[in-house]
Ligand binder design. Structure first.
Ligand SMILES: [Zn+2]
Length: 510
């Protein structure tokens, strides 16, 4: 489970096929039950003590711990008799990037100003540059409207432009959007934009290590921008050549005139190094029979938060519990197939990484699918099913069900029937409410499938005091409950994989 983020909900829908749904599940299918019962608390506990043990070091995406976890999952899938699910390979590798600052400085005449002290710039968006220039062009607020233009009579092509961050009161204040003003400088061919920022003096108090490194990101921005430097008023005053201090913006507001051509030699250096990583999603495949072209996915994320210093974030519940559940569900299906009870539809058991970094592994998979998304019937995603949240401390036999009715009217009846027949958990739909402020529907990997119009269920126990803390450890897991919840996913998957009709996609709920 990832931390909350603002996500815009958008869907792509495949053609809706109207079908007569046969929702009648054979009650108490003895074959399904035989294999469902092989998913036990003991097996899950054994798996989880390894997956969420100290040897995996918190499984942070791009670390050695994540790679060790992937290798372990591969071994478990192989031992269970499954086949590699990524075009003959077990792992689908995908690129992630991180940039770190090598050096950045602004030298005015002989005085050097430093990144993180006197100015900041967007590390990810910035491009390496070393500019030696004899003048700076001051464009005041950098505003361009139909009738008003701060660039009137100014040619900034190939030049460095300096503007003010704050827009003065009165006319054109509504044109103060900084992104638009920077875009105006870009459109005129500026090499770099210096933004005089009254709050830039606070940069000194920031974590200097953190502002020299970007987080992991998945998309290289290939559009060229001028680098933007947010500079202190003191640095701006040095460029202007006046003896001022942090009051410069106010003085300009009060009428201090700055010439548009400032004849000051300035050198701007921005030098960053890009690192590329190749974490993976691990995929196991179990071929179906007469409907093998259709795929049923069962997923969980195997990555977690790694270490801070020597402290390990074990992620036993998040999402060691789901990872182990996928391993044991896969093994149960493989066992059934070996005894002649293989599923009619093919099954893909996928554990993804990059989830805690923003659903990056599942995003990559759904944008580079190994199996056609049009043939992907469902994704049953498991993220945190080993614990009890504060709301259920008295009645612990529960599970939150999220997203099950958003895209298909057929899914909830199947899941409920499986639960009524085999597991008898109290299914709690509280977080399925689209107006619930937690927005859990958008916060785990199933959402990447849902936004491609694939019906999903998200199985979840809710958050707790150990959520995203080093104390999310194996000793706090309720293994009997974990087994029962994993069995529910198994029975639901069994029905979806074996029923005559493919799940209908007939709803577009948010
Ligand atoms: Zn998480």
């Amino acid at each position: 489970m990832r931390v909350a983020a603002t996500v815009i909900c958008f869907f792509f829908f495949a053609t809706v096929q109207a079908q007569v749904e046969n929702t009648a599940t054979p009650v108490d299918n003895p074959v399904a039950k035989k294999y469902g019962q092989t998913i036990t608390a003991e097996k899950l506990s054994k798996q989880l003590h390894i997956i969420a043990g100290p040897g995996m070091e918190g499984r942070e995406t791009t670390t050695a711990g994540q790679e060790r976890a992937a290798a372990y999952i591969v071994d478990q899938f192989a031992a269970a008799g499954l086949k590699p699910g990524a075009n003959g390979q077990w792992q689908q590798y995908y690129p992630l990037y991180s940039d770190s600052l090598v050096n950045s400085s602004i030298t005015v005449r002989n005085q050097t100003f430093l990144y993180g002290q006197d100015f900041l710039s967007d590390l990810r968006a910035g491009e390496n540059q070393d500019i030696n220039i004899s003048q700076i062009i001051y464009a005041d607020q950098g505003i361009v409207t139909g009738e008003y233009n701060d660039y009137h009579n100014l040619d900034v092509k190939g030049q460095v432009v300096m503007i003010r961050e704050m827009v003065k009161r009165g006319a054109y204040r509504d044109k103060g959007n900084l992104d638009e003003r920077i875009a105006a400088a870009k459109a005129r061919g500026a090499l770099a934009v210096l933004v005089i920022s009254p709050s830039a003096g606070r940069y000194r108090s920031l974590n200097q290590q953190r502002i020299r490194m970007t987080g992991l990101y998945s998309q290289k921005d290939t559009t060229a921008h001028p680098n933007v430097y947010f500079i202190t008023p003191t640095l701006a005053a040095a460029i202007i050549g006046i003896d001022s201090n942090d009051r410069l913006p106010e003085e300009i507001d009060k009428g201090l005139k700055i010439p548009s051509l400032i004849k000051t030699p300035v050198r701007i250096v921005f030098d960053k190094a890009a690192t590329i990583f190749h974490p993976s999603n691990v995929l196991a495949y179990l071929e179906g029979t007469d409907k093998k072209e259709e795929l049923v996915f069962v997923t969980a994320h195997y990555d977690h938060l790694g270490k801070q210093g020597d402290e390990i974030f074990y992620g036993a519940d998040d999402d060691g519990s789901g990872t182990c559940a996928v391993l044991e569900i896969a093994a149960a299906f493989a066992r059934a197939k070996q005894a002649g009870h293989g599923p009619r539809r093919s099954m893909v058991f996928m554990t993804v990484s990059g989830e805690e970094k923003g659903l990056l592994g599942s995003q990559y998979y759904t944008e580079h699918p190994i199996y056609p998304l049009q043939q992907t019937v469902t994704d049953l995603n498991i993220d945190m099913i080993g614990r009890i949240d504060p709301a259920h401390e008295k009645d612990t036999n529960y599970l939150y069900i999220i997203g099950d009715n958003k895209l298909s009217s057929a899914l909830r009846p199947i899941n409920e029937r499986a639960n009524d027949t085999y597991t008898r958990l109290k299914l709690d739909y509280k977080y399925n409410d689209p107006d619930d402020p937690e927005g859990f529907y958008y916060r785990s990997d199933h959402y990447m499938f849902a936004r491609h119009g694939i019906p999903i269920i998200f199985y979840f126990n809710g958050t707790h005091a150990d959520y995203h803390a080093p104390t999310d450890t194996v000793d706090k897991i309720n293994y009997d409950l974990l087994a029962k919840r994993a069995q529910l996913v198994f029975y639901t998957a069994w029905e979806i994989a074996n029923r005559e009709h493919r799940l209908v996609v007939d709803r577009h709920e948010r």
